[in-house]
Design a protein around this ligand. Structure first.
Ligand code: SF4
Length: 309
């Protein structure tokens, strides 16, 4: 529970540092409440690139803060918990990329989910998020697309863009992958007719039960615009707060799988750590070596250009 003193302390420290706090939908609710902007990775990446503040505090996992630093290298980017990292961000090997490039030559694009390290981005041609992956892959001039690191989002993209040969890599988000199809079936039995809104990082068995697939923001929009009262939500439980804010007064109810989908790395970020980071300037994110930074920045910029069209 946030106290008025803590809210006032955060406001004072933000003013002192000319800082703005960006929080992902998956971090704990009290951190979302203290943030200036809450969103999914695409919205936050776009926002971070346009904000005038000198300091960006990124309440999310490392690849998000790293992307913000790549896009705004002159700004100070701070992480409340620098150990918050996404395991999927590392789940691809350089040899996989090199082998695909050797096989397909110029008729290959490497599309890299933004949930990846700067180094992985630097091996790639364009970044994508779950909001814009289908659109961007569809518009790429190459017919062959190596999709890294997430196999499940890659499979979903392949199903939506059948004209492309989408080559998959073996990475995955452990939280979405472990959403159990049996638990989804149980929810459907308990709430007959409730639309199932799923994040495409979920595994194929759970996705087969979904009525709608989309990014966290797209799930929120679909639930807000829908006419049903009950919704089954297949993504990280942290999104519940924004669903309830957006649908306040509508009587809508949101049901998550019995095994609560929680991202332990996002949960590491607490209000106390946010205050400490604002007060002490700790958790600063640096730039990778210049050749990595330049190549990774190109993939992010290309995404922002293609995603904005
Ligand atoms: S929810 Fe999954 S993809 Fe997102 S940060 Fe956590 S582990 Fe990574």
């Amino acid at each position: 529970m946030l106290t008025d003193e803590l809210r006032a302390e955060v406001a004072r420290l933000k003013a002192e540092r000319d800082a703005v706090v960006l929080a992902h939908y998956y971090v704990p609710p009290e951190v979302q409440e203290l943030a200036d902007h809450v969103g999914d990775s695409f919205a936050l990446a776009r926002q971070a690139a346009t904000l005038p503040n000198r300091t960006l505090v990124f309440a999310g996992v490392r690849f998000m803060a790293e992307s913000a630093k790549l896009l705004s290298p002159d700004k100070v980017v701070l992480m409340p918990d620098p150990a918050s990292d996404c395991p999927m961000a590392h789940m691809v090997r350089r040899e996989t990329v090199d082998a695909a490039r050797a096989t397909y030559g110029d008729d290959l694009a490497v599309a890299c989910y933004v949930n990846s390290t700067a180094e992985v981005k630097s091996w790639s041609d364009v970044c994508v998020t779950s909001s814009n992956a289908v659109k961007i892959v569809r518009e790429l001039p190459q017919r062959n697309v190596l999709f890294i690191p997430d196999r499940h989002l890659g499979s979903y993209v392949a199903s939506q863009v059948p004209e492309k040969n989408v080559i998959l890599n073996d990475g995955y988000c452990p939280i979405h992958r472990d959403i159990s199809a049996d638990e989804v079936a149980q929810l459907k039995a308990e709430h007959p007719g409730a639309p199932v809104l799923a994040h495409p990082e979920c595994g194929p068995e759970a996705m087969a039960l979904a009525d709608f697939a989309g990014s966290t923001s797209q799930i929120i929009e679909a639930a807000a615009a829908g006419e049903a009262t009950d919704y089954i939500i297949l993504t990280v439980d942290g999104v519940r707060g924004e669903l309830e804010r957006r649908c306040a007064g509508s009587g809508k109810r949101f049901h998550f799988p019995a095994t609560r989908p929680v991202c332990p790395d996002m949960e590491r970020i607490t209000a106390d750590k946010l205050v400490a980071c604002l007060r002490d300037g700790t958790g600063e994110v640096g730039l990778p070596p210049v050749e990595v930074a330049d190549a990774a920045r190109r993939t992010l910029t290309r995404m922002l250009e293609l995603g904005a069209r």
